[in-house]
Design a protein around this ligand. Structure first.
Ligand code: COI
Length: 330
């Protein structure tokens, strides 16, 4: 059985070794990300393991199939970078890791909201200048807030539990309603209702064609003045220019963004100052906007599960042609 794993980082290697020992199968690991050029490294392998950072284009998918490889196991959840039509056209079988650690993502939302509320950047700045005063950086408390959760899958559900533990009122919106949450009366019927009632909005939806720029000018206008926005999901869910307008007008009092439109130009790279520009620079310069470079997934338990589950899926595919982690593209 020959599996090649792309984009393997130092922090993933111990988990690859663990899996190799448990399964007595050697994995070829390469640091390169999977793309149209590096795909050649997969020649003579039975399956590819990779993770999302670049687009998996029709050209790449064709090249994978031209190498006679049928199986691609991605070790993350989102499949919005995968061209589903090409997957179906060329007969590639793709698996993902649907739930490596909902806590990893949910906890970052809460951590960032606390930083926004407690004015951490403001106090850090003041302290650096020997300014140990309090005013004007008074905080809100989570228990006084109405948290609107968009997307109540595994991550949304975990966020709901944590926000409730802080004593917040939580409301949710999803096109697929979870029966337990429904019984608890969490759901509002429309996004408009969620926008109108929430003092904090946190997004935990996958990116689809239907929710591109879900939060746009129109959506921001329907929100309360001074709302806080948390996006640990996908950059395309927020129209960045509209968010900047809403920050400028004060409609949005603060935002924490772990994902951004066009984030692959910036995230998980070391850049020169001259390469940081445009809306990205605009957002980075604001004390009431906290940006993290798509780190919500980046915890020890999550990374271990991503590696182990993806390798297990890959092995299942090679041995049986099937995996319970198979992704169906419409
Ligand atoms: C995902 O699992 O979908 C993520 O956003 C993690 C990232 C490494 C692509």
């Amino acid at each position: 059985m020959k599996i090649i794993a792309y984009g393997i980082r130092e922090d993933e290697l111990p988990y690859v070794k663990e899996w190799e020992n448990d399964n007595q199968i050697k994995i070829e690991t390469v640091p390169d990300l999977l793309d149209e050029k590096t795909v050649q490294l997969a020649a003579n392998h039975d399956a590819i393991v990779a993770y999302q950072q670049k687009d998996y284009t029709p050209e790449l998918i064709k090249k994978i199939r031209d190498l006679n490889i049928k199986y691609l196991s991605i070790r993350n959840t989102g499949v919005d970078n995968v061209d589903g039509d090409a997957v179906n056209q060329y007969g590639l079988i793709v698996t993902n890791v649907p739930s490596y650690s909902p806590s990893a993502v949910a906890e970052l939302s809460i951590a960032k909201l606390l930083e926004l509320f407690r004015k951490t950047p403001q106090f850090n700045r003041k302290m650096k200048n020997n300014d140990f005063t309090w005013e004007p950086d008074i905080s809100k408390e989570i228990r006084t807030q109405t948290i609107g959760v968009i997307g109540t899958g595994r991550i949304g559900q975990t966020a709901i539990k944590i926000f409730k533990a802080f004593g917040a009122k939580v409301i949710g919106y999803d096109i697929y309603q979870n029966p337990t949450l429904k019984e608890e009366g969490i759901y509002v019927d429309t996004l408009e209702e969620l926008y109108a009632k929430s003092t904090v909005i946190t997004i935990h939806s996958p990116a689809t064609e239907d929710n591109y720029h879900l939060l746009d000018d129109e959506a921001f206008n329907k929100m309360q003045d001074g709302v806080h926005i948390l996006n640990m999901a996908r950059g395309t869910l927020i129209d960045t220019d509209a968010l900047i307008r809403a920050l400028d007008s004060g409609k949005v009092a603060g935002a924490a963004l772990d994902t951004l439109e066009n984030e692959t130009d910036y995230f998980n790279r070391k850049l020169k100052e001259s390469q940081v520009n445009g809306t990205f620079k605009n957002l980075l310069q604001r004390e009431n906007v906290l940006i993290t470079p798509h780190t919500a997934f980046y915890t020890e338990p999550a990374v271990r599960n991503m590696v182990i589950d993806a390798l297990n899926a890959s092995k299942d595919l090679i041995e049986t042609g099937h995996s319970d982690k198979e992704v169906k593209f419409k």
